[in-house]
Design a protein around this ligand. Structure first.
Ligand code: HEC
Ligand code: HEC
Length: 248
């Protein structure tokens, strides 16, 4: 056999194997759909509606899961509802309005409220969130918050918390800002770095206090700083402050 003939044979074999694997996968896939499966195994094998999948990722990216619990199942704070129980029956219009405009008592600094997301989350992403909530907030593979490392120091933990708790969506990477807040006085969500920030927030206690109690700078659709007291632990607040201390 020439070298050419041998490689042609190899290609044919490979194609044959690929076809066999595809058929095998097809039948296996059908079988596993009929099997009784836990939500986790469904997520690993079944195809998820792309809009619902996108909604699951948006739900994690904007830290909805940090206040409402994984898959919105609650258990974080008595002030934050279990969405699987309360929200799946709300109309798309109601859900969109709650997400865009927030909900609850924003003026009480000791309690969390539903933040105002209208200026931060796109219409498309809100549509995806609504699809995800209406689908019953299923488990979707890899739509999970990043793991916070332990034993590597507070600032390292804080850098991951900055992403996991969604600070980055409003304050930008490295606290550099750049996210518009059109109806607020300075038209933008503030930076968390630089001389002005360091000057105004010149102690760790002041930074910790504003993360815990937030700040209401006006009515929706103005975006205010959410209240994280009762949501983010004391240890994690200190880690966030340690991380902010490392910025420019
Ligand atoms: C800082 C904590 C926090 C974050 C982050 C948060 N929520 Fe909420 N959310 C709340 C609180 C508190 C309420 C209850 C408000 C009330 O009724 O007083 C709420 C209420 C809701 C409701 C209404 C539920 C009902 O049955 O009335 C929906 C829907 C909702 N949130 C969706 C979301 C989505 C989607 C995200 C992510 C984009 C999100 N939330 C992020 C705190 C939060
Ligand atoms: C929904 C958008 C949003 C999210 C999410 C958010 N913030 Fe804010 N944050 C704001 C806004 C708006 C202000 C400005 C409030 C004001 O001017 O009174 C602010 C103010 C602050 C301030 C004070 C800075 C200043 O100049 O007023 C700190 C510190 C801060 N945020 C830290 C954080 C941290 C840490 C997180 C994550 C745990 C976070 N923020 C998440 C919107 C957000």
């Amino acid at each position: 056999m020439t070298a050419d003939a041998a490689s042609a044979l190899a290609v044919m074999l490979a194609v044959g194997l690929a076809i066999a694997a595809a058929f095998g996968g097809y039948f296996f896939g059908r079988d596993s759909k009929h099997a009784k499966a836990t939500p986790a195994t469904v997520a690993a094998t079944a195809t998820v509606n792309p809009e619902v999948a996108a909604g699951a990722h948006v739900f994690v990216q904007f830290a909805c899961s940090q206040c409402h619990g994984p898959q919105g199942r609650g258990g974080i704070s008595p002030d934050v509802p279990d969405l699987a129980r309360s929200a799946t029956t709300l109309s798309a219009t109601t859900l969109r309005s709650i997400i865009d405009h927030g909900l609850g008592e924003s003026k009480n600094p000791t309690k969390p409220y539903m933040p105002v997301w209208g200026a931060v989350i796109s219409n498309q992403q809100v549509t995806e969130l609504v699809a995800y909530i209406h689908a019953g907030l299923p488990v979707v593979a890899t739509a999970t918050p990043p793991q916070v490392p332990t034993g590597q120091g507070l600032a390292v933990a804080g850098s991951v918390l900055y992403v996991r708790d969604g600070c980055i969506n409003c304050h930008g990477p490295n606290g550099l800002g750049g996210v518009p807040n059109p109806l607020s006085a300075d038209k933008t969500i503030p930076v968390l770095s630089g001389l002005d920030f360091r000057h105004q927030f010149n102690t760790e206690a002041k930074i910790e206090a504003v993360i815990r109690s937030g700040s209401v700078i006006g009515k929706a659709p103005i975006v205010s700083m959410p209240h994280w007291g009762g949501i983010i632990s004391r240890h994690d607040l200190q880690a966030l402050v340690a991380y902010l201390d490392t910025l420019k």
